[in-house]
Design a protein around this ligand. Structure first.
Ligand code: NCD
Ligand code: ZN
Ligand code: ZN
Length: 338
């Protein structure tokens, strides 16, 4: 197949940041229709008013259709969440276990403390997005997602059976099985489909492969590929997470892979490798809207197969951001509209 025309995709998990970084990265998600924008700014987006103001800054920076989220804290006001959803300001609420990832210090330590908010969200149909990792120091970093399923997610689902859940950036065969067995929705990133922990650690440590949840061993990558190409519970969420070059190439490297500009090419390469290009539209453009109860986009994009692309080695100058490059040939690009 030399070209592939599909409904315009959406990105169901995106970090656009704020300030000068927002100005650099917002236009680079232009191939996506809508995007669920993560609220882990410093300070985080916790109120309806903050989400409205951030939405307006995103639009001014060049991304037209952000779907906003609120960052759940132990002092979040249930009324404010319900009002933000009722008035169309937010699409979902994001739960970060405190300490689990970038800018999660204001997240949830005591899950009992957020029960009233979760109960209100359950009653009013407000979706919850989860960073699914436990944070206990004694749990090995490669086991933190699987431990979250038993220790956190199961009790949460028992307490709030009608709450609509998205398990973000799934990375393990355990998470894939859990999502399928329990009918959740889940996003999968390009880096977790393309790479495993050897790519990050063997023959030298590569900071641009470091994100959370951390890349796992090869068998998990294979389980994610099967899920993305065959199951309607899974959909595109880049988790594109830009950090300045100096914060990635540092003794303590910031977690996050920046993929927004060429994410569709990375995903298309994976689907081609799996012989599943006919399933790409469902993953990229249909499963996500269905999960969130939204219509798919009306317009289309065309991906073209080409000679191997050379990905740019950086975007912006101040801040400068180095994109995630899987280190192997990428043969697809999005045809620019004229
Ligand atoms: N994925 C990451 O490694 N980093 C994300 C946070 C997140 O999505 O967990 C970030 O905001 O940088
Ligand atoms: Zn996360
Ligand atoms: Zn993220």
């Amino acid at each position: 197949m030399e070209s592939l025309t599909i409904r315009r995709p959406d990105d169901w998990h995106l970090h656009l940041r704020d300030g000068v970084m927002l100005d650099v990265v917002a236009p680079l998600s232009r191939h996506f229709g809508r995007a669920i924008v993560m609220p882990n700014l410093v300070p985080p987006v916790v109120t309806k008013a903050q989400a409205e103001a951030y939405r307006d800054r995103i639009r001014s920076a060049g991304f037209a259709r952000p779907l906003m989220t609120l960052y759940l804290t132990e002092t979040t006001d249930p009324q404010d969440v319900v009002a933000a959803h009722r008035d169309g300001v937010i699409t979902a609420v994001k739960l970060y276990p405190a300490g689990a990832t970038t800018n999660s210090a204001s997240g949830v330590r005591d899950f009992e403390a957020v029960r009233p908010v979760l109960a209100a969200m359950e009653e009013y149909g407000v979706p919850l997005c989860l960073h699914g990792e436990v944070t206990a120091a004694e749990i090995d970093i490669f086991d933190r997602e699987a431990a979250f399923l038993d220790q956190r997610l199961d009790p949460l689902r028992r307490a709030h059976p009608a709450l609509k859940l998205t398990l973000e950036h799934v990375t393990t065969e355990e998470a894939v099985a859990y999502v399928c067995e329990n009918g959740l929705g889940a996003t999968i990133t390009p880096q977790h489909l393309m790479s495993d922990r050897n790519d990050m650690l063997a023959g030298g440590m590569r900071p641009h492969f470091y994100c959370l949840p951390i890349l796992k061993r090869r068998k998990h990558r294979e389980a994610l590929r099967r899920a993305a190409t065959t199951r309607s519970e899974f959909f595109l969420g880049t988790d594109s997470a830009p950090h300045p070059q100096h914060a990635k190439e540092a003794c303590v490297c910031a977690a996050g892979c920046f993929t927004a500009p060429h994410a569709l090419a990375l995903y298309a390469t994976v689907f081609e490798e799996e012989g599943a290009l006919d399933a790409f539209e469902a993953f990229a453009s249909l499963n996500g809207p269905r999960h969130y109860g939204l219509p798919p986009n009306d317009d289309t994009i065309t991906l073209v197969r080409d000679e191997a692309l050379s990905l740019p080695d950086r975007h912006g100058d101040d801040p400068r951001v180095v994109p995630f490059d899987p280190g192997r040939p990428i043969h697809w690009h999005v045809q620019e509209q004229t």
